[in-house]
Design a protein around this ligand. Structure first.
Ligand code: ZN
Length: 404
């Protein structure tokens, strides 16, 4: 039996009102230093350069995903009956911890330092950390099992689908939360309807036909949020400058020219990959401090990139299709751009992914009234249309224009 708190703890959330915490293990996890670190990492980094309200942290998103797990367990009868007490706790803990390994400005960070957040997440859960101590204290296999859920090892199929699939509580939370903080009008989801129509069949999370419109709306919201918010060209420009800063730091380090002690935590990560103590220090505060400091660097390239970042002198961009390589080379040549001053960036988004043989079971499954299960695109003409025509790619050349 997992211990419950004498008094329920609450967190006031701008989207959900009171988020309730009834279990000791959840309260203890929230109090760990690794989870508190998420307060210092913003959810959307570069996007805040376009939508200035997007200052919310990964802490609030992580609590939000936990809140949806808690709500699912309260609202959906069949989940309560199907999942054992242990699996319910596993579900809530996995929801809370699924992003705990994110680095500061993580997209650029992961790209340059080759350290994926899923791996860092499992290392924080299973390594020498306060989170691991809490989990081990409450149940000896909890840490390992949460990792297996995050890495989708097929051991706890229902929990895995609820945490990570084409319709999961992670996406449901970030779509609504990011829409709320950016001011976008697309992100409103009918979670109550989706949960009410959710059921379990043959270890699969399926939705009754009555959920189709609510799910269509969710997928449309996602489509709009990607193109209007997450893939906004100005936000990407900002992320690219950051990526170039990281890249310059890495190259200076390789040439033994990075002699600033302040960069020591980053050096540890470059040398050893993930390491608990150094990773704990990495947050937006640290990276912002590093950028301010390097805006006085003796290295011209690094100083210039950091100043661009601080003054919001973003890279310019033009559309470059795959058959226009020459156009790109000409511009790079004419403007004498160094490798730190341009990048081709391509983003693609599919509204709904059809798994032909459903090997990964990643389709959104609809339970028809005759008891058969079909993929969403087979019963929704809108989604069928979007799953083929809704694949959109955007390829741009970002480059340092003149700011004089
Ligand atoms: Zn997440």
């Amino acid at each position: 039996m997992f211990k419950t708190l004498e008094n329920t703890k609450v967190f006031r959330d701008p989207l959900y009102g009171y988020i309730q915490v009834k279990h000791q293990v959840i309260a203890d996890l929230i109090d760990t230093k690794e989870f508190q670190r998420l307060r210092r990492i913003r959810q959307l980094s570069g996007v805040s350069m376009v939508f200035h309200g997007a200052e919310h942290s990964r802490f609030s998103h992580s609590l939000g995903v936990y809140a949806l797990a808690y709500k699912a367990l309260s609202d959906i009868e069949i989940l309560k009956k199907t999942l054992s007490e242990y699996e319910q706790i596993l579900f809530m803990c996995s929801a809370l911890l699924h992003d705990v390994g994110h680095g500061p400005y993580s997209h650029a960070f992961e790209h340059v330092f080759m350290l994926g957040h899923e791996i860092s997440t499992t290392k924080i859960i299973e390594g020498n950390t306060e989170i691991n101590q809490v989990l081990s204290k409450h149940h000896k296999s909890l840490a390992k099992d949460i990792s297996s859920v995050i890495l989708k090892m097929n051991k706890f199929k229902i929990v895995e689908q609820l945490i990570s699939s084409q319709l999961d509580i992670d996406r449901m939370d970030y779509l609504e939360r990011d829409a709320f903080h950016t001011g976008a009008t697309y992100g409103r989801l009918d979670k109550d309807r989706i949960f009410r129509m959710l059921t379990i069949k043959d270890e699969k999370v399926v939705f009754k036909e009555g959920a189709i419109h609510a799910i269509e709306n969710y997928l449309m919201s996602r489509y709009h949020m990607y193109w209007q918010v997450y893939y906004h060209p100005v936000a990407r420009s900002y992320e690219i400058i950051l990526e170039k800063i990281y890249k310059r730091i890495l190259d200076l380090y390789k040439d033994s020219k990075l002699d600033d002690d302040y960069a020591s935590y980053l050096k540890t990560i470059i040398e050893n990959g993930f390491e608990e103590d150094a990773y704990f220090e990495l947050d937006d505060y640290y990276v912002n401090g590093l950028i301010k400091r390097f805006s006085h660097s003796k290295d011209d390239i690094l100083r210039d990139l950091c100043l661009s970042f601080l003054k919001r002198e973003l890279f310019d961009y033009i559309e470059v299709n795959t058959n226009e390589e020459e156009k790109m080379s000409r511009l790079v040549y004419e403007k004498k751009l160094s490798e730190y001053h341009y990048k081709i960036d391509q983003v693609t988004q599919r509204t709904y992914l059809i798994e032909e043989f459903d090997i990964l079971a990643s389709s959104i499954h609809i339970l028809k009234s005759d008891g058969s299960i079909v993929s969403l695109d087979q019963v929704s003409p809108i989604i069928k249309g979007l799953s083929t025509s809704g694949i959109k790619t955007d390829r741009k050349l970002y480059y340092r224009g003149s700011h004089e």
